[in-house]
Design a protein around this ligand. Structure first.
Ligand SMILES: Nc1ncnc2c1ncn2[C@@H]1O[C@H](COP(=O)(O)OP(=O)(O)O)[C@@H](O)[C@H]1O
Ligand SMILES: [Mg+2]
Length: 256
């Protein structure tokens, strides 16, 4: 039997990252990722200065931690934030012990942190919904921006993030046809990712790609959801996208 046959969803962020990294052309969109350990955390912090530490099988932003290595007045500080709790330490070991107590009792991974574009000093990211049915090809059915709660480091709706039109969020950075072209690039990236996964997992019908946009506008794939929430699209005034997303989801047997 072919590997992964008929599997429709996949929880492990680690496996999903490994599959994405197999693609030469998609690799440049994937932040560096390691399994969590004392030594990998230190190495990743020294290299990237800011990392995200996430439960391998998490969702809704639960248990996600942002960790940073900072230099202040010639000394090194280690800092982390989880929820609204922020803590700073002078030694890596103290920092590590405290962070381990904050982590959920689950396996975690560490991902290169992306300094996301912001609005009103709040980071935002992008959710691209790509769906197909047994009778139709992959299609981008929804695109939405998600703005983090003012005091949080995650943008998830279920962690008090605010779903907003992507066009509005991108306006300070891109205008007119440049903005349209950029949005089209993100959509194409979504379809490329869906097609890539389908090679290993032919049963996939829906993916929700979380894309973080870095300061130079490079898109980074933060996460690929295989059971993406259609209802965030119901937060927009214009219900057109929501109707399409829901139509596909229902055709795929969700929400009967
Ligand atoms: N590498 C990263 N750099 C910057 N922000 C990140 C990174 N990883 C996650 N985030 C933020 O945390 C949120 C939740 O992380 P994600 O990997 O999507 O897990 P979940 O399954 O909980 O949604 C993202 O939507 C984004 O706002
Ligand atoms: Mg997510």
């Amino acid at each position: 039997m072919k590997k992964g046959k008929a599997v429709r969803t996949l929880g492990s962020k680690w496996i999903k990252t490994k599959v994405l990294q197999k693609s030469k052309s998609l690799r440049s969109y994937v932040p560096e990722t390691k399994l969590f350990s004392h030594s990998s955390l230190l190495t990743m912090l020294q290299k990237h200065k800011m990392v995200y530490v996430k439960p391998t099988n998490g969702s809704a932003g639960h248990g996600v931690i942002r960790a940073e290595l900072k230099k202040q007045d010639g000394s090194i500080l280690y800092q982390y934030q989880s929820g609204m709790k922020k803590r700073t330490f002078h030694t890596f070991n103290q920092f590590f012990i405290s962070m381990n107590q904050t982590k959920l009792k689950r396996t975690y991974l560490i991902q290169q942190g992306i300094h996301l574009l912001q609005k009103d000093k709040r980071p935002f990211d992008v959710r691209i919904m790509v769906q197909r049915t047994s009778g139709s090809p992959w299609k981008v059915t929804g695109v939405i921006g998600r703005l983090a709660h003012p005091k949080k480091i995650v943008t998830n709706y279920h962690s008090q993030g605010k779903p907003l039109s992507l066009g509005l969020l991108l306006s300070p950075y891109l205008q007119g046809s440049k903005k349209q072209t950029y949005k089209a690039t993100l959509q194409k990236l979504g379809v490329r990712i869906a097609k890539h996964y389908q090679k290993t997992y032919p049963g996939f019908r829906e993916i929700g790609v979380d894309i973080g946009i870095g300061p130079n506008l490079h898109p980074w794939v933060l996460e690929v959801n295989t059971s993406p929430d259609p209802f965030i699209f119901n937060q927009l005034k214009n219900k057109k996208m929501f109707r399409t997303v829901l139509k596909y989801a229902k055709a795929n047997g969700r929400f009967r």
